[in-house]
Design a binder for this molecule. Structure first.
Ligand code: SAM
Ligand code: SF4
Length: 352
């Protein structure tokens, strides 16, 4: 049990962050999972993430250079105890250096687990190369199997590319291939049933994620989203669900063993980020494409490691800044608090 569970307030203002040991916050949570956004750019425009016209992209010189990124990854792994690195974005496959970054990460010791969250466009051509570079696991985002709905949600007609990407990920030996779905408020419950059938049939693992207030237009409304409980009620009408008995640890997904009517079995995860927040078990730290550490998706402050690097900071100073950033992590995301204020950056610019 952490201090968050006990309702003990943060002591951050009066105590400095520890200079060594795990990457810890004032509530005793230890961050071991690093999410790295490689770019804020994307070839889709999902309504819950990006505006139709895109965003003002980060300028090239605002992005971490390859050597700067690898230096920060080395500090994270060798000094801060990071054991798992997930590359995301924006769309990480838009970054041509992805294979090089994966290979450089795989060369770090102790070698972290390396995972990727992608919309799958272009994956068909790159899955093999990514596995050869050291990629261990993958999550491909797919909200519906209906081409017209896909085009409405993502504002692009690219469903076949995503399906080809999924097949290539499986053929390249990535296992389990996870499918991330954020459900549309109108068609989402039907999509969930179809997606789960499809995933069981192909051996993918579906994870349904509650939509969070991280859209660029700040238009999120709770009553226009589908809750985890609604998803489970619907799935139970079509499948046998039983709680998965494996320990959940800090994993955000509540996992269910699922069997369809013809006896095909698998697992499905439901991530209730809003309705049943799991902040007290959070083990994440985040690095944006422009070198800002965020201690939470919903943080309203960032720590500028890019500026520090470019002003000549040594590894000790970068480590200390990262530790201080995490030390200041709030107890929870606060979405359900009356005074909640959405972060300025949308999901695509933070790195989901
Ligand atoms: N472009 C890649 C992709 O879509 O997988 C990686 C970046 S995307 C921001 C990472 C994940 O965040 C995706 O699974 C996406 O569905 C999810 N996501 C984006 N906006 C979200 C929101 N407002 N609420 C919940 N999940 C969101
Ligand atoms: Fe792009 Fe991923 Fe955001 Fe969709 S969710 S717009 S694919 S970054």
């Amino acid at each position: 049990m952490t201090l968050v569970d006990l309702g003990v307030p943060s002591l951050a203002p009066t105590r400095p962050a520890p200079a060594s040991g795990p990457l810890i916050d004032t509530f005793g949570r230890v961050a071991t999972d690093l999410r790295v956004s490689l770019t804020d750019r994307c070839n889709l425009r999902c309504t819950y993430c990006m505006p139709a016209e895109g965003l003002d992209w980060l300028a090239d010189d605002a992005l971490l250079r390859h050597d700067e990124l690898i230096r920060l990854l080395r500090i994270a792994v060798t000094r801060l105890g990071i054991t798992s690195v997930r590359f995301t974005g924006g769309e990480p496959l838009v970054s041509r250096r992805l294979e090089d970054v994966v290979a450089a990460t795989a060369a770090l010791r102790p070698r972290p687990e390396i995972t990727l969250t992608t919309n799958g466009i272009g994956l068909a051509k790159r899955a093999q190369k990514l596995v050869r570079a050291g990629l261990d696991r993958i999550n491909v985002s797919l909200d519906t199997l209906d081409a017209a709905r896909f085009a409405r949600i993502t504002r692009r007609d690219r469903l076949p590319d995503v399906l080809a990407g999924l097949r290539a990920a499986k053929a390249a030996g990535l296992s389990p291939v996870k499918v991330n779905a954020v459900l549309d408020p109108v068609t989402g419950l039907d999509d969930a049933v179809a997606l789960l059938r499809f995933c069981l049939e192909h051996g993918y693992q579906l994870r349904i994620i509650e939509q969070m207030p991280l859209d660029a237009g700040h238009e999120w409304e709770r009553n226009r989203t589908i809750s985890a409980d609604e998803v489970l009620d619907t799935l139970r009408q079509h499948f046998e669900l039983a709680p998965d008995t494996a320990p959940r640890g800090s994993a955000p997904a509540e996992l269910w063993q699922v069997t369809d009517k013809s006896g095909v079995a698998g697992k499905v995860g439901v991530i209730a980020s809003v309705s049943h927040a799991f902040c007290s078990a959070c083990d994440r730290t985040r690095l944006t494409a422009d070198g800002q550490v965020r201690n939470c998706l919903f943080a309203r402050e960032e720590t500028d490691l890019r500026r520090l690097i470019r002003s000549g900071a040594d590894d000790d100073a970068l480590e200390a800044a990262w530790r201080a950033a995490m030390w200041a992590k709030a107890a929870g995301h606060g979405i359900n608090d009356p005074g909640f204020v959405q972060p300025d950056r949308p999901m695509s610019a933070i790195g989901g």
